[in-house]
Design a protein around this ligand. Sequence first.
Ligand code: ADP
Ligand code: ADP
Length: 227
Amino acid sequence: MIEFTHVYKKYDNTTAAADFTLQIKQGEFVYVVGPSGAGKSTFIKMMYHEERPTSGKIKINEFELDKIKNHEIPYLRRELGVVFQDFKLLPRMTVFENVAYALQVIGKKPAEIKERVEHVLALVGLVNKADSFPSELSGGEQQRISIARAIANKPEIVIADEPTGNLDPGTAEGIMDILERINQQGTTIVMATHNSTIVNERKHRVIEIESGKIVRDQQEGGFSEHE
Ligand code: ADP
Ligand code: ADP
């Protein structure tokens, strides 16, 4: 469960979030749409505690982010998988190592790591690329690896900021197939996107932000209000 209560975020002279109050239940699939500069990334960054609100309360599962202690942040992050537009894979590590690394840092045992990495690489269809380096992969393959990394620890929530932003339309559809499959297994997906085709063809809840305000929150919504 993700819960925002009267959340404001102000940077110097910009209000990137004004009075955000909403809930996202476990297992929902939510698109976050709106023009550049609307506040989508800020909204998403506040969920994984990369940005802190100026005021208001955010709750992610059992964590109240205004009260969270530094030593608890790693436990929060274990419940969240994050996927970025630019993948953020480590260039000197193989595909296997990129995914394994996320599990090593939280102290999983090697046998379990091997099993989980193989499992999630199979889920994204890239077992055969385990020994490749990111630079040897297409953009779509790199994004599939970054999704594998995000779900390796079985997070309850996956947050994706423009995950198809750098991909051609066919490749983007493949990424969406994977995100929807993960969602069907019970994982919450929150995805900021500019991709109107995807939002209109694969209907889910839409939260629209404009100039730091939530202007629409619609079940099975389109990319814009009357689609
Ligand atoms: P979006 O993701 O919808 O493009 P952002 O959340 O990145 O929007 O930005 C919302 C507003 O906040 C914009 O006006 C942007 O310039 C501003 N902003 C974002 N991050 C910062 C920052 N670190 N410092 C100052 N202003 C920022
Ligand atoms: P296993 O114990 O074999 O990993 P699970 O019962 O945990 O299997 O999960 C069943 C399927 O759901 C597997 O494909 C697994 O990778 C996937 N899965 C489990 N949790 C998550 C999650 N939080 N995000 C994405 N996929 C998940």
